[in-house]
Write a protein that binds this ligand. Structure first.
Ligand SMILES: CC(C)(COP(=O)(O)OP(=O)(O)OC[C@H]1O[C@@H](n2cnc3c(N)ncnc32)[C@H](O)[C@@H]1OP(=O)(O)O)[C@@H](O)C(=O)NCCC(=O)NCCS
Length: 242
């Protein structure tokens, strides 16, 4: 099906979005490896670059969601949607507008779970077929450490930082927790603070277990998710699935 036949809008002068480069390919392969370890269901990942200018093909209803947003936000949002749409196509799902809930969570086609992230000029999406898997969370960020100790303490619980404040480790906790939130929220519909999640991260392997300790919602406390984090090409990728 052509983009036009599917109802996708292509901005002619800008349609040549950077879809692939050796760096993006290496990042995508790193993400695929995480997926193979964590997701026991058919899944697909896609990554695109974005820089505030090229606009991938999109549905007008998607662009309407970010009317008035900055060029960079628009570019990141549409690149994330394009990644998701390509990944969905690889799973055999026909293109349709990927809208979002009031919470910000994307609304996936029936029978699909997925997650989108964008940072540092890289957008990515992972999608998988439910019900073998009930949720997935992806976070992509630059590998730069958290800038200061005060922020590290907002992200890390005292028991996560008991060996002292390591700003690089704090960044990894941040990325892992953002991925956990993106998995947890669509399932439990509960907002989480950083200290509501305890991440036990193996610095060598990148494996982590995230435990939800939300004191306001005892019924969901003690939920545990298995995840994995990897550094590649100056970026951190964290994935959780359940
Ligand atoms: C959702 C959130 C975690 C992502 O922020 P981020 O890491 O800065 O940005 P990312 O680019 O990685 O992710 C943004 C994407 O997350 C997805 N997302 C947004 N809200 C979501 C939610 N409630 N559930 C699942 N996914 C969500 C969207 O796809 C969004 O991209 P889009 O708007 O282009 O579709 C953040 O915006 C937020 O709402 N945080 C509050 C909760 C929190 O951080 N708690 C502490 C961690 S436990």
């Amino acid at each position: 099906m052509t983009a036009a036949a599917a109802g996708l809008e292509v901005t002619p002068a800008r349609a040549a979005v950077a879809k692939s480069s050796p760096r993006l390919d290496r990042l995508a392969e790193a993400l695929r490896r995480l997926g193979r370890e964590l997701i026991e269901a058919p899944f697909e990942v896609r990554l695109h670059a974005f820089d505030g200018s090229p606009e991938p093909a999109h549905f007008p209803a998607e662009a309407a969601l970010i009317a008035g947003a900055s060029l960079l936000r628009r570019s990141a949002f549409l690149a994330g949607r394009a990644c998701a749409r390509e990944a969905l196509a690889a799973l055999g799902v026909a293109p349709s507008p990927l809208l979002r809930e009031e919470s910000g969570a994307p609304i996936w086609p029936a029978g699909i779970v997925g997650s989108i992230s964008h940072a540092g000029g890289v957008a990515g999406a992972i999608v998988a077929r439910a019900p073998t898997i009930i949720g997935v969370g992806l976070d992509i960020d630059t590998a730069e450490p958290i800038p200061e100790a005060a922020t590290a303490r907002l992200v890390g619980r005292p028991d996560e930082l008991s060996d002292g404040i390591d700003l690089g480790r704090a960044k990894r906790l941040f990325v892992a927790k953002e991925a956990v939130y993106k998995l947890h929220f669509p399932i439990q519909r509960k907002f989480l603070e950083f200290h509501d999640v305890r991440v036990d991260l193996d610095a060598e392997t990148g494996d982590f277990v995230a435990e939800i300790l939300d004191p306001h919602h005892a019924e969901i406390a003690a939920a545990r998710y298995r995840g994995k984090l990897v550094e590649s090409e100056g970026m951190l990728l964290a994935l959780v699935g359940c």
